[in-house]
Design a protein around this ligand. Sequence first.
Ligand code: HEC
Ligand code: HEC
Length: 264
Amino acid sequence: MARTSAEPLSGEQLAAIGGCTNCHTAKGGAYLAGGDPIVTPYGVFYAPNITPDPATGIGDWQEIDFVRAMRAGRAPDGTPYYPAFPYTSYHRMTDADLAALFTHLRSVPAVRAPRREHRLRFPYGFRFTLRLWQWLFHEPRPFEPDPTRDPLWNRGAYLVLGPGHCAECHTPRGPFGQLDWSRAFAGNPDGPEGGDVPNITGDPERGIGSWSLDQLVLYLEIGMRPDGDFAGGPMAKIIEIGTGRLPPRDRLAIATYLRSLPGH
Ligand code: HEC
Ligand code: HEC
């Protein structure tokens, strides 16, 4: 199994950097008891209740069910999930991190809150098409460290590509909504909430190649850009509850990895 760090994150920290609450908690609602509408080009999704309530949440799940959801993108009965749930990144998480995250989910208050049906455009409402989509575009594979790189770089790669799911917003998508890895982290004009998500590759003009390592670390901690502006939109929340609360070494790891990305 992939070893990426001497000090593992807690399940709570993994939930924060994983942004679970951003989608699974409604404004003013109970933690992880179901989220606000997620508006996408395919229609509106509702992230369900993932508290331990057996009837409306995932209280009757075993760890193996959770691991399957996070890696294969499948429900306990085998039904495929929409990639609006970013298992397309989470599948890289280590066994140990998934176990810690599941333990955290088991520990939150159980809330009775029935799931809301997604409202999807034709033909996206047909879940069986997802089997084909997963067959074409999803191959679950835990993160493999690159032996030619040092542990700090590998730790950053793991956090960015796995739990941090940074590519889900920062990488452009192909015609079927699949991540276009040939242009990894080159930005996405159709990001969440209809926003334009910036290029974070090493390209000095289009990306963040002109930022120093320290400037990038500071941005991940408090959201201040080198020009003195502060992060807005969904990134503000990612920093506030996610990267801003990581141990400093993990922020340095993320910045080290990002700065190594070839410009696009
Ligand atoms: C970008 C929004 C988003 C984020 C971030 C997100 N989810 Fe979800 N999640 C969803 C959506 C939407 C679904 C429903 C998918 C479907 O119906 O096919 C879902 C479904 C699930 C399910 C299946 C629940 C069930 O009853 O079948 C689990 C478990 C889950 N998410 C856990 C997590 C965890 C743990 C995290 C954080 C590491 C997380 N999610 C982050 C949007 C999100
Ligand atoms: C939910 C979508 C989303 C996710 C997930 C996300 N980002 Fe962002 N990110 C954005 C948006 C939107 C902006 C632009 C913020 C603004 O307008 O101030 C941004 C801005 C940035 C910037 C500044 C770029 C610039 O030119 O201003 C960096 C660096 C960055 N993100 C890194 C990351 C890293 C590292 C992760 C993973 C830990 C991540 N992002 C995850 C949406 C996201």
